[in-house]
Write a protein that binds this ligand. Structure first.
Ligand SMILES: *Cc1c(COP(=O)(O)O)cnc(C)c1O
Length: 388
């Protein structure tokens, strides 16, 4: 009798449903072209939207920080791990976000579960968009608050549930750009509703930080909502090309998180080289608006190319373009065929997306060339010709 027999059984259930997952090894650094299991392929599924993960300025900043501060922090921030790069960068993030203060977290996952559980508890209610990221869902569950899930981007439904759900404190939480849809939350509307019902608003800018807004500050910046949003969260591992996450908010709110967010308190502080790399990325974002423009141009070019093939890649061009397939097995088959042709597009299946909405999640980078994108469209043409 093996003690891991249950694992084999559980996996078999997932295999039948076409839902088993496996890791694909990437050799070399994260660029627009990567070697996937020995084959050179065009990368069209990374969140390294601005191509900064392998940028010389970030590498140099990390190297310098490693020499000056070492690699590890040796403790949590509240014990002895709170180093100069953390403090300097947090001030800079607060300025970037137009808030009084900011706090670094180990990852976006940590930031979301830590912030939500710090803001609401058993006597409270949290209102969450149905398509919010899993880390938000987990934060809501962990908080013990009453969780009201409203239909995607449906502000009328949100308002109705606020009206009918009394609670000590109420929190509305939403992705700003949705990770698997690529569309944008109706934030201006959400903030107006929040004001009417005296609710807090938390916005997850994981896919908008560095990309949207006149200075890359995100959707909150684009719509001038920083005074209406209680708490802005974002990641440093996507467009910023580094690792980690932040929460930006008022001073009292940040002090509360520092005192009560368990995922901040009980974990080792971020390594200085990682913080320095994110800091260097912020400098690039502040000075190189062209990088954001190139991302938009590339998104438009690929979207048009796919549309020319009759492929629906979302209502409008964006750096995240979902191609709905529906069936999980078919999605993975197309993904495999694209890989054979030299394009790496990952299939996204339940539970990441709702059942029956499996999709290819195509993402562009500002460092893709026109030739890269035309090559991608060609590959899609060949693969879809045999599929239909
Ligand atoms: C990726 C992501 C996170 C988690 O961030 P990590 O730093 O990767 O842990 C949180 N929210 C959204 C919307 C994301 O896409």
């Amino acid at each position: 009798m093996r003690t891991d027999e249950f694992a084999t059984r559980e996996l078999a259930i997932r295999r039948v449903a076409g839902l088993t997952r496996r890791l694909r090894q990437i050799d070399g650094a994260q660029g627009t072209w990567v070697t996937v299991e020995g084959r050179r392929t065009l990368l069209l599924c990374s969140n390294n939207y601005l191509g900064l993960a392998n940028h010389p300025a970030l590498i140099e900043a990390a190297q310098r920080a490693a020499l000056q501060y070492g690699v590890g922090t040796g403790a949590s921030r509240l014990i002895s791990g709170s180093m100069r790069p953390h403090h300097v960068f947090e001030q800079r993030l607060a300025a970037f976000k137009s808030t009084e203060a900011a706090l670094l977290f180990t990852s976006g996952y940590h930031a979301n579960i830590g912030a939500i559980t710090a803001l609401v508890g058993r006597e409270d209610a949290v209102f969450s968009d149905r398509l919010n990221h899993a880390s938000i869902i987990d934060g809501c569950r962990l908080s013990g608050a009453r969780v009201v899930v409203y239909p995607h981007a449906d502000t009328a439904a949100l308002e109705a549930s606020l009206r009918s759900t009394p609670a000590r404190r109420r929190l509305i939480v939403t992705d700003s750009i949705f990770s698997m849809e690529g569309d944008t939350a109706p934030l201006t509307n959400i903030c107006a509703i929040a004001k009417r019902y005296d609710a807090m608003v938390m916005v997850d800018e994981a896919h908008a930080t560095g990309i949207v807004g006149p200075h890359g500050g995100g959707v909150v910046e684009a719509h001038g909502l920083h005074a209406d949003v209680t708490l802005q969260m974002g990641t440093l591992g996507k467009a910023l090309g580094a690792f980690g996450a932040y929460v930006a908010a008022s001073r009292p709110m940040i002090d509360l998180l520092m005192n009560t967010a368990r995922s901040f308190i009980f974990t080792t502080a971020l390594p200085p080289p990682v913080v320095a790399a994110a800091d260097a990325a912020l400098s690039i974002i502040a000075t190189d608006a062209d990088r954001r423009r190139r991302l938009q141009c590339n998104a438009a070019r690929l979207w048009e190319g796919l549309r020319g093939l009759g492929i629906d890649a979302g209502r409008q061009p964006g750096h995240i373009m979902p191609i709905r397939i529906g069936d999980a097995d078919r999605t993975m088959r197309i993904s495999e065929r694209l890989l054979d042709e030299g394009v790496y597009v990952q299939g996204i299946r339940p539970p990441t997306v709702p059942v029956g909405t499996s999709r290819l999640r195509v993402t562009v980078m500002s460092t893709h060339t026109r030739d890269d994108l035309d090559f991608a469209v060609d590959c899609f043409r060949r693969v879809l010709a045999e599929e239909s």
